[in-house]
Design a protein around this ligand. Sequence first.
Ligand code: SF4
Length: 305
Amino acid sequence: MTLPSCSSCPAPAVYLDRETGAHLCADHLSARVEATFRATLRAPGGLSGGESVAVAYSGGKDSSVLLHLLATVAAPELELSLVAVTIDEGIAGYRDETVAWARSLAGRLGVEHRVVGFEETCGRDLDRLVDGREQRACTACGILRRRLLQRAARDLGADRLATGHCLDDEAESVVMNWLRGDLYRVAGVRPEGAGGLVPRIKPLARLAEKEVVSYALLHDLAPELPECPYARHALRTGVRGIVHRAERAAPGTMARVVAGQAGLEARLSGLLPPASFSTCPDCGEPVLGGTCRACALLGGALDNH
Ligand code: SF4
């Protein structure tokens, strides 16, 4: 079987863009990923230069590509200072290998790397926290991981917290917000940086996961690592199947879902009151009323360890 050539040069194609029908070789795919990354990073609300950026770095393919692009493309062009932060939830058979990979890639890229563990900050690792309630693991993990990343970014004095969410994640989140009835997020009344939180940026948010994974394979950023044993319980896993089926049937669906959400937020902007933050009585972190979800989850134990 003859492999098709790149639509832009005679080199063999490694990637098919199903929306446009274009084939891309390794160089043209890399150039497209890097150009999209740059444009997203410099869009309104992004970076202008000289910022200090905490990078949420799980060690997975997406965040490995994020760290690689920030260190090799953005940091030299925008004079950024970077610190990678890996949260070690304490998941047996999964985390040790990914933390080891995260440490080695950060070292190769010359990026300072911090590891923050559930055990030392929350008093329990995730395995103990959800023992007998494994179907709640991703909810608990997400609440605590977001809290610890925000706290690490703030303690580092970071101007931004960069996360590796790609287009697929963003489309899935739109669907999940509706399924959960999360009106704050559906209406977009909680702007980034509100309540004293370090504003997040998502430099991969315009790239499909298959572009990111292809880039990771081409740039030696995708070692064989174990999967989280709790992933099968996640609502996101089920939603991902629905979103991917829709994308296969109608290429461009994910981008339209995300654009539709942005349009909804723009139309609702100013019509609804902005989210109003108060302070969690247990830990003092910003919260949308009452005790924060992290303290509720831990029985107020987050700051006692
Ligand atoms: Fe956490 Fe769930 Fe992701 Fe595992 S799959 S790391 S439990 S959010």
